[in-house]
Each structure stands twice: as C-alpha cells, then as structure tokens.
Design a protein around this ligand. Structure first.
Ligand SMILES: Cc1cc2nc3c(=O)[nH]c(=O)nc-3n(C[C@H](O)[C@H](O)[C@H](O)COP(=O)(O)OP(=O)(O)OC[C@H]3O[C@@H](n4cnc5c(N)ncnc54)[C@H](O)[C@@H]3O)c2cc1C
Length: 499
C-alpha cells in the first residue's frame, strides 16, 4: 500500500478535472489527478463552448492554438422541418479578439489540457484508478483509492461527473430532476472525397452551423461543419432506444441531411438529461466542480461551460490558499458560481420546453414569431455582429471596491515597446496589477510575488514593473489608480491609495 502527499487531489480527469489540473499546475500547485480511464474519453460529447471558457483556454501557457481543439461557430439559429431557415444569426463578433462560440472537439481539448497539466511539472496523473473513499482529519484529508493507495492532501476536488463518488463520500445529496424524455445523439465524420452537402441553415461555406429544427414530428438539433455532423433527435412516446440506434434506423434519420454513404457514424447513443445541483459544493476540505456539482440539459449549450467556469473560479482560490492565503477565500467559490449555474439551468430548461414541444399550434406560433423577427432587415448579421454582454459578478460576491466584478478587457498591447500582443497573453492565469500612469507598488501593498505588475503609459518604470501601451484604448482608469484583476479576469476592483 502506497502513501502519498500532495497539496490538491483532483478526482476525475474529464474536461473539468483536466482544466482544473492545468490551471493549478500553471500556478505551481502540487496536484495529483486520479482517473479510472487511461486516456481521454474518445467520443464527442459537449458540442459547443462559450467565450468565457475560450478566453481562459487560449491564454493558458502551452495550450495549442484554438483550431486544434475547436472550430469557430459561423451561424446558429432555428430552421423549419424542411430545413429552411426561420432565423439564422451570422456569428461575426470577436469579443476579446476571439470567437463568441466554438464548435468543440472535446477529445482534442481534453488531450491538450492533459499535456498542458503534465508539462507544468506540478501535476501527476494516476490513471486506471478511482477515488473510493475520503477521510477528513483537521487540516488534511486522505483519499483512499480503489487499489488501497492512500493520498494525503490539503484539498480534494471531485470532478468525477454526475455519478460522483466523491460527492457521495462527502455525504452531499444531489437533488433535482431526471428527465424521462430521452434523446438520440448521432456524431458522424465526413468521408474524405465526399461531395459537400449544404450545411445547417443554408451555410455553404463549410463553417460550423447549429440549428434547432422545429419539426412537430420529431424535434431535433442539427450541427454541421466541413468535416463532421452532429444530430440530436427527441425520441417519440414509447420509442425503443435500442431500435433507434440500429444502423439502418440511423441512416434513414440522417438521409434528409447527407448521403449516408458520405459519412462514417462515430457514435449513436440515447441520453437522458438531468437538472440537478449538489446540496452543497463543499464539505470541509472536499469541493465539487463540473457535473459532480451540477448537471443540466444541453439545450443552452453551456453544461461544460459551467464546469469550466467552476475550474477557473476555483483554481486561483486554491492556489492562493495553498500559498498561505486566507482559507476563507474558498467560501467565495460556491457563493459566486451557484447563482450562475442556477440561472443557466433555468435558461436550459426554458429552451428545452420550447424545443421539445410537439404541439403543432405552438410550433406554428413559434415559426410565425421567428419569421417576423427574421424579416427585420439585417437582423441576423446585426445580432451576431455584436458581442454578448460580458457577465458581471454581483457586488455581494465581488466585493465593495469600485469596478469589482467587472471583466478586464483584452486589448492589443505593447509591452516595453515590443510587438502587439493580447493583454491575456501577458497575464496568463495570474493576478494582474495595472497602474494607470503609475507603478502599482506605489499605491497597493501586499502584491503577490507571482503577480503581473504593469504600468500603463509610464516611461521607464522601476524594475519589476513592466511598461505597457494599450493599442486599442480599452484600459481606462484615473491617473494614479490601480486596476487589480483576478486570474479569472474578473476585477477585484480599482484602488486609489495605499491599502
Ligand atoms: C449528449 C450531450 C451533449 C452535451 N452537449 C454539451 C454542449 O453542447 N455544451 C456543453 O457545454 N456541455 C454539453 N454537455 C455536457 C458536458 O459533456 C458535460 O458537462 C461535461 O462532460 C462534464 O465534464 P466533467 O469533467 O464535469 O465530467 P465528466 O466529463 O463526466 O468527467 C468525469 C470524469 O471522472 C472520472 N471518474 C468517475 N468516477 C471517478 C472516481 N470515483 N474517481 C476518479 N475519477 C472518476 C470519469 O472517468 C471521467 O473521466 C453535453 C452532455 C451530453 C451527455
């Protein structure tokens, strides 16, 4: 029997555990990940990822470029049962210089995050093992693995999915709903040399497209891009899940979209969705993140996005506490994340109710409304041309400093007269102190050693403070003030004098 000691144990290396491990490793936190599988789950699951996760992922040191694990979404909307667009939005907005939404290659993302985590030199992966029990004793805990190995750590995070063993071991309930309504999900890759079929919503450029299909016979979601398709169909009453995944049944379902001979079916499976939340996300030194903490139906396309936000909100708190920070910091994690998850679950349920209706009257009504909206000239491009408003943390969780809870912009900047780069690349996943015409250290005390200290428009700042020029004019602040940004890009606030 082995006995190991580390700062943080992460149970589960799905996308959320991998993201958490990569972020902790980046901050130098000794971390052990326990994962029953030897390699990332090879089949696609989450289809899309939103800008918040994209932003953190692209700024993670060592992460391969976005096109290695995602494709920017070109358009999304709603089509009728004949695949004719009712309302399609052309997604051209580039908030923070990045696409607003991407079509995700989840296995590629997970593989990249594993590599990033391992390359930090602070993360160890124990593959082929799972966490079976957790024993808590004062300032430490012990994770007992299925092979008898015992890992001692200061914190343990359960990223072990909806059926979380960690959650059960910590005695935390998982109340909510399991939907009896099953959906068939089919993923397919386009065979090399196959003729190009028109994409979803009339896209002919091969760009990634997603649409809800208002079909009273069988509500569905369709997604296309140059080299792959995803379809999701609601099952009818009494329909046999085993019969719908049979090859012939799948081929006849996809035939209205592509020539079945032009694609290879990667996976056809029936899913049941949940809307559940753990009663608490923390029990002593055990924390929960991702699907272990909450599960929602996929209709808002934000299930994984919520888990990624958890990892991003938790990793810097854990890093700071492990480095000697106030343990009360950890309390902010659930306080901050739960309301976002609750609001998004409500949204997903609302969209689900609209999409899953079989009522012909309601569908006719929806089609009419969508056509009327779409007839407004240029609406589709106007809607997608504007970045969605950035999320802002409520004051109650963000703190009382001016600007607390706002999001740091990501302009192109020049550091010390160097070539233009995005501010995110300069900061990485660290605290940032940005002095407006001043050296932040003359205004704020107690700046952590690994923080990024920058001075905007200050010639020759003293050593340890890097001079910065904002090429897009997005970093505004009173001369002599300091903008303090957390590693997750939310502002801790603006400081005006020594504190
Ligand atoms: C059909 C479908 C479509 C979806 N579409 C979207 C979408 O478009 N957008 C979106 O954002 N989300 C979507 N989701 C949700 C998304 O896939 C999940 O939210 C995401 O995979 C959750 O990641 P996770 O890391 O929390 O959990 P998981 O991916 O479930 O990973 C959990 C990991 O923990 C491991 N594990 C299990 N037990 C233990 C143990 N005892 N000890 C250690 N490790 C353990 C497992 O092997 C696994 O690797 C979809 C989900 C489904 C099912």
């Amino acid at each position: 029997m082995d006995n190991d000691e580390t700062a943080v144990v992460v149970a589960g290396m799905g996308p959320v555990g991998a993201m958490l491990a990569a972020l902790l490793g980046t901050r130098g936190v000794p971390t052990v990940v326990v994962e029953p599988q030897d390699r990332p789950y090879p089949k696609p699951r989450a289809a899309v990822l939103d800008i918040e996760a994209i932003r953190v992922l692209t700024a993670l040191p060592g992460m391969p470029p976005l096109e290695h694990w995602a494709t920017p979404l070109a358009r999304n909307g709603v089509v009728d049962q004949h695949h004719r667009p009712l309302l399609m939005i052309e997604q051209t907005a580039r908030p923070y210089g990045l696409p607003q939404i991407v079509r995700l290659d989840q296995p590629a993302l997970e593989a990249a995050l594993r590599r990033v985590a391992l390359d930090t030199g602070c993360v160890r992966i124990l593959g082929g093992r799972s966490v079976r029990e957790v024993e808590q004793h004062g300032e430490r805990l012990t994770a007992v693995l299925d092979d008898g190995r015992r890992l001692t750590a200061r914190w343990l995070v359960g990223c072990d999915g909806t059926g979380s063993t960690v959650r059960a071991a910590a005695g935390i309930g998982f109340p909510g709903e399991t939907f009896v309504q099953p959906w068939l999900v089919v993923d397919a890759t386009v065979r090399p040399g196959a003729g190009a079929a028109p994409g979803v919503g009339g896209g002919t450029d091969g760009g990634a497209s997603i649409a809800f299909v208002l079909d009273p016979e069988r509500p569905m979601v369709a997604m296309s891009q140059r080299d792959r398709w995803r379809w999701e169909w609601m099952l009818g009453p009494g329909e046999d899940p085993q019969a719908v995944v049979a090859t012939d049944a799948v081929r006849s379902l996809i035939a209205p979209w592509v020539r079945p001979a032009d694609v290879d079916i990667e996976r056809a499976t029936v899913f049941t969705f949940y809307a559940r939340q753990a009663e608490r996300w923390r029990a002593g030194r055990v924390l929960l993140a991702g699907d272990a903490a909450h599960a929602m139906p996929p209709f808002a396309g934000l299930g994984l996005g919520m888990g990624m936000r958890d990892a991003v909100a938790l990793a810097w708190r854990l890093s700071d506490v492990v480095a000697g920070g106030d343990p009360a910091l950890i309390d902010g994690y659930e306080r901050e994340r739960r309301p976002d998850v609750e609001a998004t679950t409500t949204l997903a349920l609302r969209i689900g109710r609209l999409v899953q209706t079989r009522s012909r009257t309601r569908m006719r009504l929806s089609r009419g409304v969508l056509r009327a909206v779409a007839s407004l000239p240029g609406l589709g491009s106007r809607l997608g041309g504007k970045p969605l408003p950035a999320r802002r943390l409520p004051r109650a969780v963000a703190g009382a400093l001016p600007d607390a809870g706002r999001v740091l912009p990501n302009p192109r900047v020049s550091v010390g007269g160097g070539p233009p780069v995005r501010l995110d690349e300069v900061i990485g996943y660290r605290w940032a102190y940005l002095g407006h015409g001043c050296d932040p250290r003359t205004v704020v005390t107690g700046i952590p050693d690994d923080a990024v200290v920058l001075a905007l428009d200050l010639a020759d700042p003293p050593p340890g403070c890097r001079p910065l020029r904002d090429l897009d004019g997005l970093l505004t602040g009173r001369p002599g003030s300091v903008t303090v940004a957390r590693p997750d890009r939310f502002l801790h606030g603006t400081r005006l004098s020594c504190s």
